[in-house]
Every structure is written in C-alpha cells, then in structure tokens.
Design a protein around this ligand. Structure first.
Ligand code: SF4
Length: 287
C-alpha cells in the first residue's frame, strides 16, 4: 500500500482480505510505502484481524507517534503486531539512512504502553551494525519481537557496499546478540540467516534447492499484481492480477505453476543469501 496515487483502493483490499480469510491463510502483512497513510487503513486492519490469525502492519511509526491515532488503531486491532522500523536506539545513527527516528521511538513507547505487540524492524547499515543490539538493551522487555534485516542492494553502488566484510559484520552481530540474549526464551529475534532445525523444516525443503516462498506465500503490490515475494516482484515472476481474478485462481494459475517449477532450482529473487546480487525487483525496468 504505497502512499502514491497507485495505492490499492479500500474495496479491493477488503475483498482480498475476505478471500484470504475464506482460504484460511495464517498470516497477512500489510506494508507499503507507508500503510498508515492509506485512507482505509483502520477498516482494512480491522477486517484482517477479524479473519486472519496473524496480522502484521509494517510502518515507519510517524503517525503512531500521535497518541490518538495509535490508541484508535490498537483499540480496533489489539491482536495486530505493529512492526516499526528503527535501525538504532540512537536516533542520530538511525537518521543517517532512515530519518524520523524520534517519531519511531515515541511510537514504540506509546504502542507498547497500550499493550500492543510491537516488533522492531532493524536494518543493518554501516552505521547501525556496530550498535544494533542497543535496540534490545533499550526496549526489551516492553518489546520482545525484533526483526533484523541485512542491507539489500538496489543499485550497483549499493551492491559494492555489501562486501564480504559487510556479511562478516552481519555474522558477528548475530554472534554478539546470541551471546547476550540467546537464553531468553520470551525474546523473538529473526536474524538475516537462520538454519532451520530439521524438525521445523517439513518436506518442502527436500525438493526445493533455494527458497520455498512461491509454495508458501504471495506478495500483492498496490496495483493488485501478485508475485512470490517483494524482492522477486518482476514480470518474470508474475503470478497473476488480483484486479482481474481471485486469489485462489491466481494461486492455482499456470503462471504460478511455472514460477514454482523454476523455484525448484533457483531463488525467484535471483539473490543468493549473503551475496552482492541485486534482487530481480530492481533489475531493469520490467515492472
Ligand atoms: S527475497 Fe529471495 S530468498 Fe527471500 S523470500 Fe524472496 S525469493 Fe525467497
């Protein structure tokens, strides 16, 4: 749901949410752009939390720094997880790449005080990587969910920054975090790389060499086009158009079967983990 003129209209979003509920999907993530700027966001989140077990709203937190808006959203959707972007507890470090750190910090404190589940979404940049665990020091235990993302290259210049040294620093960060917080079971931290224990894997990974996402999830952009995930959004991976047809038809379409066949041997995003590769989304002008 970007906040541009391309945003999805409320009726279409509600129709998709309703269908996802009928299909008994487990999780929906509402993202953007900035979804809190969407005029129908409260209605959409309300509908989603009534029909779908796990609902996450990805936000920069600017509007949630307003107590009135935050309390209304938390009242309507007490089960929703609010994933607020913040790269560092030091807002000056955060603001080098992201801006509005002070608003994000305020939003985190307000929403956590309102009893909402808050997840801090942290991107490891050159500036934040040496102090990112400070987010846990600052916000735990009022916040127990943290999601740590690596820097994804969108341009050749950015791909050069993702050197072996960068990935080594990502690994070191994971080790530091594990040493400090690894024994706290109530803390949920999603790191850039995680080896999935065998008992959690299921059969799918016995057949898929790289990524299972075309078999397990769908990303829908603001114009209703469906792809396996955000970074694989490219005409090569188009599953279908939700303005024209139902989620169920797109999921079972020939396009979806073709993308899944390809995914048996290569990741749809074209970006092996820990590489400098630019994901397909940002290559060329296919979209
Ligand atoms: S970014 Fe690549 S590896 Fe990650 S879910 Fe998408 S296709 Fe899979």
């Amino acid at each position: 749901m970007p906040f541009s003129e391309r945003e999805m209209d409320t009726d279409t979003a509600l129709r998709i949410v309703s269908e996802l509920g009928d299909l008994r999907v487990f999780t929906v993530v509402i993202s953007g752009g900035e979804p809190t700027l969407h005029p129908g966001i409260l209605e959409i989140v309300d509908a989603a939390t009534r029909r779908i077990p796990k609902v996450m709203l990805n936000t920069n937190g600017i509007l949630l720094a307003d107590y009135g808006f935050a309390s209304e959203l938390c009242r309507i959707a007490p089960r929703a997880t609010l994933s607020i972007s913040l790269d560092s507890a030091d807002v000056n470090v955060n603001d080098v790449n992201r801006r509005f750190g002070a608003e994000a910090v305020k939003a985190i404190r307000i929403c956590a005080a309102l009893g909402q589940t808050v997840c801090l979404s942290n991107r490891l940049t050159d500036e934040s990587i040496s102090c990112a665990e400070g987010l846990m020091d600052e916000f735990y235990p009022s916040v127990t969910h943290f999601s740590v993302l690596p820097r994804i290259s969108r341009t050749l210049h950015e791909s050069l920054l993702n050197s072996e040294e960068y990935w080594k620093r990502v690994e070191d960060f994971g080790s530091r975090l594990n040493a400090k917080y690894g024994t706290r079971n109530e803390l949920s931290v999603v790191l850039p790389f995680r080896t999935m224990p065998l008992e959690e894997r299921g059969d799918l990974l016995n057949h898929v060499q790289r990524c299972c996402c075309p078999f397990t999830k769908m990303f829908v952009d603001s114009t209703g086009r469906a792809f396996p995930c955000f970074y694989s959004a490219h005409t090569d991976n188009l599953l279908g158009e939700l303005h024209e047809t139902s989620v169920s038809q797109v999921w079972k379409s020939e396009n979806a079967q073709r993308v899944r066949s390809k995914a048996l041997s290569e990741s749809p995003c074209g970006m092996p983990p820990g590489s400098r590769a630019i994901p397909l989304r940002y290559r060329g002008s296919a979209l």
